[in-house]
Design a protein around this ligand. Structure first.
Ligand code: SAH
Ligand code: SF4
Ligand code: F3S
Length: 441
């Protein structure tokens, strides 16, 4: 049997999709890249904003036809939107054969057995098409990055956010399990590990905290880079920052979602920090880690957000100088506290604020990019573009430790392969796109 996975949402979902694919592989099934070839489709959904949920669920609408086109085809619905609507799926979407919500990802394999039951003899299939159970970490590796979930759920209660409702309370994985996954990831070719969780820096298990976890991961032989998303500003204390600053594998990049620059809005969002506290954390980061990339998430049009509040966000953006920012229009999510307030910022105003914010953050990113031109950066090569461009130049793509994408020019004798770490001299910035030449392999 062949399966195809479609993933919506954040990197937590990507990690979950890799994990669920491993469960399908363990039953002797093979992943295919098109729906047309597939017998099973797994749709892993997001519900963080209404539009995110809508995109995932409208795909399900289109799958009705896909399903009837060939007998025996199966539709599996998983993830955060699945968790939210799981009680209604059977009557709203009869084309769905199995629903596994985000809280049940660890039980995916078992649920799959229940679905396949008599209809599919996976044991016999396994013996032919499958030799060995993949190691826990090989499961989480994508490209040269080992995706490692260090915690599930979220104990915060940001008033706009549906994640705690669909992912549940925080559960931390044991440090040894995490280390084992990082090690196995490196053994299967990963150069970088990406530690995942909703508030990763709140990690604690058996008396060991996030700093201890980073310190142990840093010692894994062969690991070149460590990243994590998302830390919460509330836990970004000096101990954590000092640890990040001293460990060689931990990249000079911190994604620190601020959401708003207005103290009034931050309070109503229940974020547990204020503007000054956030700025202090970023200043300390920059003092300890020169050239650190700081990126963020921002929301416009939260209920009650005035032009004055929004301007506070714009001035914060100006003050910090983010390397990049994901900007969102507030979307009321059923069941959240904020959704009880009237969504009173008109759509047009939200759109206009979003456009102003994007203009400001893009300009800032372009400025940061141009400041880097002339510097030499370590790039993790991800892809060698197959064809030379119209001028006959061969390109590779990769990422800096600060998480900037770079297009690198290869010379004719270059022996660079995907996964190589190379020194690249940055030669040009076009907006926020960087270009460079490889200095050494
Ligand atoms: N745990 C992370 C965020 C996870 S959700 C943190 O606290 O930093 C990813 C981003 O989606 C959030 O940072 C926020 O900017 C955005 N988001 C969440 N709920 C939203 C909503 N209801 N409307 C608009 N954006 C939202
Ligand atoms: Fe949502 Fe807040 Fe938890 Fe992040 S910290 S997932 S924004 S509730
Ligand atoms: Fe979406 Fe769930 Fe991630 S709601 S943003 S996929 S945690």
């Amino acid at each position: 049997m062949k399966y195809h996975v479609v993933t919506f949402g954040c990197q937590m979902n990507t990690a979950d999709s890799i994990e669920m694919s491993a469960a399908l592989n363990a039953k002797g099934m093979n992943a295919v890249s098109s729906l047309e070839e597939a017998d099973i489709v797994l749709v892993n959904t997001c519900t963080v904003r209404q539009q995110a949920e809508h995109r995932a669920l409208s795909l399900l609408g289109r799958l009705k036809e896909w399903k009837t086109a060939r007998e025996g085809r199966l539709v599996i619905l998983t993830g955060c939107a699945a968790e939210r609507i799981k009680d209604e799926v059977h009557w709203r979407m009869p084309q769905v054969d199995l629903t596994v919500g985000a809280k049940d990802i660890d039980r995916f394999s078992q649920r799959l057995d229940e679905l396949l039951g008599d209809s599919f003899d996976w044991r016999s299939e396994t013996s032919e098409s499958f030799t060995e159970e993949p190691s826990p970490a090989a499961r989480g590796t994508k490209g040269f990055v080992a995706y490692v979930t260090i915690m599930r759920g979220c104990n915060y209660s940001c008033s706009y956010c549906i994640v705690p409702a669909v992912r549940g309370r925080e559960i931390y994985r044991p440090l040894e399990t995490i280390l084992g996954e990082v090690k196995a990831g490196v053994e299967s070719g990963a150069k970088e590990t990406l530690l995942l969780g909703q508030t990763v820096n709140s990690y604690h298990h058996d008396g060991r905290d996030f700093s201890e976890l980073l310190t142990q991961i840093d010692r894994v032989p062969g690991l070149k880079r460590t990243r994590f998303i998302s830390p919460h500003p509330h836990y970004m204390n000096t101990r954590t920052i000092d640890t990040i600053a001293t460990l060689p594998t931990v990249c000079e990049h911190v994604h620190l979602p601020v959401q708003s620059g207005s103290d009034l809005i931050l309070k109503r969002m229940r974020r547990n920090y204020d503007r000054v506290g956030y700025i202090k954390a970023v200043n300390y980061l920059r003092e300890k880690i020169p050239n650190v990339s700081v990126t963020t998430d921002l929301i416009v049009g939260f209920p009650g957000e005035t032009e004055e509040d929004f301007k506070q966000t714009l001035t914060l953006v100006g003050e910090i100088g983010f390397d990049s920012a994901y900007c969102f229009k507030y979307s009321p999510r059923p069941g959240t506290t904020a959704a009880e307030s009237v969504d009173d910022v008109p759509r047009q105003t939200k759109e206009e604020r979003l456009a102003r914010l994007l203009e400001a953050t893009e300009a800032q990113a372009a400025r940061r990019a141009s400041q880097m031109v002339g510097s030499v950066q370590e790039i993790l090569t991800e892809e060698i573009l197959e064809l030379p461009d119209t001028k006959g130049i061969q390109w590779a793509t990769g990422r800096t430790r600060g998480n900037w994408n770079v297009r690198c020019q290869l010379d004719i004798n270059s022996i660079v392969k995907p996964g190589d770490l190379v020194a690249v001299k940055l030669t040009a910035a076009h907006g926020r796109s960087l270009e460079g030449n490889i200095c050494s392999a």
